[in-house]
Design a protein around this ligand. Structure first.
Ligand SMILES: [Zn+2]
Length: 112
């Protein structure tokens, strides 16, 4: 059976898509979740190609490892605690893409 994670409500705030909004490494770890703009790749550009039309897919958003143990992170949970659920590999991020023409989706996981 799949794991059911703690539930969080996400609050949205509008920003210019060219504006950097996630702060700088390493203080931003755990705080990089966002929609739109440009992906904040950890390991380099892996923008997927749509399997149907073979064009680059559009970046929809990224989901950070929310509970990274850090004094700057309001969602910080001790790394040794079983309560730390949102840890994707080694403080990774999941990047979500969509082809608006074909309605195909793709996600990429990158971590340290
Ligand atoms: Zn497509």
């Amino acid at each position: 059976m799949a794991k059911i994670l703690k539930q969080y409500k996400v609050t949205l705030e509008k920003f210019d898509p060219e504006e950097s909004i996630i702060g700088s490494y390493p203080d931003n770890i755990g705080l990089r979740t966002k929609l739109g703009g440009h992906p904040e790749w950890i390991q380099g550009d892996e923008t997927p190609i749509c399997p149907t039309c073979k064009k680059e897919m559009s970046f929809i958003g990224q989901i950070d490892s929310l509970e990274h143990q850090s004094k700057n992170n309001p969602y910080s949970i001790d790394a040794l605690s079983p309560d730390q659920e949102y840890m994707f590999g080694d403080v990774g991020m999941i990047f979500v893409f969509l082809c608006f023409d074909c309605l195909e989706t793709s996600s990429i996981l990158q971590f340290y």
